[in-house]
Design a protein around this ligand. Structure first.
Ligand code: PAF
Length: 290
């Protein structure tokens, strides 16, 4: 049995296999898991800090999960920099980093997966078929391996956290799911690992996403259709910018099902947007109350 490797004397333990992970967590108190695909940024720091407030032991998983990428998506060029991720985790006082290889997580073809159901086929699921099956499957595997008391997910991926919450209820998984608010730059751009793909002009165009959401959130007194209209008009302008914002979807949905909110919808709703700027696909959302 080899001892878990550690990058620095007092830094987080970096473990690569389920055995190393079990030994690293043996005898530790309440465990909080922050599942990530690495390329850690300020948004991830928010998740880690929330985990730290609620748990004695913080585990960050770093795994770019092939199962959640479609054949034409950015799996190959997705940013990977484990040494930088280890530094961020060390600065944030993370206890354990679990960074398995693909072969460790998927030693054979994954024949049994978690079906995300109808909610998983809407919005992101419609644009990225199979994405949420991949997400829920890897999250379930991570829950089984880490056995956390709680797990922290970012609210930027609103449909993802809604599905994880639903999975935990429907499959009786003994994990508390904690949502962390979206971290934004001063100009409104939501923190995302994919922001590194944007050049200056693309970044400027990308600001239309958060602008559209703000416009929608300010129009709640006009009802569901008013919210959609206010956001859409910002995105129509942004489609004429250089480079253009190419809209994938803009939707106002019920937060529990992600089904489109009717014109008469009252109560809470999620205004969600996905768009391409150059080759980069970005998503963002805001919660509103109607
Ligand atoms: O949000 C992410 O980074 C990923 O979808 C997750 C939850 C780590 C699963 O691979």
């Amino acid at each position: 049995m080899t001892a878990p490797s550690t990058p620095a004397a007092d830094g987080p333990l970096l473990v690569r296999t389920p055995d190393e992970l079990r030994r690293a967590l043996d005898g530790r108190g309440r465990v909080g898991l922050v599942p990530t695909m690495g390329a850690l940024h300020g948004g991830h720091r928010t998740l880690v800090r929330l985990a730290r407030e609620k748990a004695e032991t913080v585990v960050v998983s770093v795994f770019v999960n092939p199962l959640q990428f479609g054949p034409d998506e950015d799996l190959d060029r997705y940013p990977r920099d484990l040494p930088a991720d280890v530094r961020v985790c060390a600065q944030e006082g993370v206890d354990v980093i679990f960074a398995p290889e693909v072969e460790t997580m998927y030693p054979a073809e994954q024949m049994v997966t978690v079906d995300a159901g109808a909610m998983g086929e809407r919005l992101e699921g419609a644009s990225r078929p199979g994405h949420f099956t991949g997400v829920l499957t890897v999250v379930t595997k991570l829950f089984q391996l880490v056995r956390p008391h709680l797990a922290v997910f970012g609210e930027k991926d609103a449909q993802q956290i809604a599905l994880v919450r639903r999975m935990v209820v429907d499959l009786n998984l003994p994990v508390e799911i904690v949502g962390a608010p979206t971290l934004r730059d001063a100009d409104g751009l939501a923190s995302s690992s994919r922001n590194v793909y944007l050049d200056d002009a693309q970044r400027e165009s990308a600001l239309a996403l958060s602008r559209a959401l703000r416009a929608g959130a300010e129009a709640t007194s006009d009802g569901a259709d008013g919210v959609r209209e206010a956001a859409r008009s910002v995105l129509e302008e942004a489609a004429k910018a250089t480079p253009p914002v190419e809209l994938d979807y803009l939707a106002l949905v019920d937060p529990a099902t992600f089904a489109e909110a009717s014109s008469e919808h009252r109560g809470s709703a999620v205004l969600a947007v996905a768009a391409r700027v150059g080759p980069t696909r970005l998503i963002d959302n805001v919660s509103v109350s109607l």
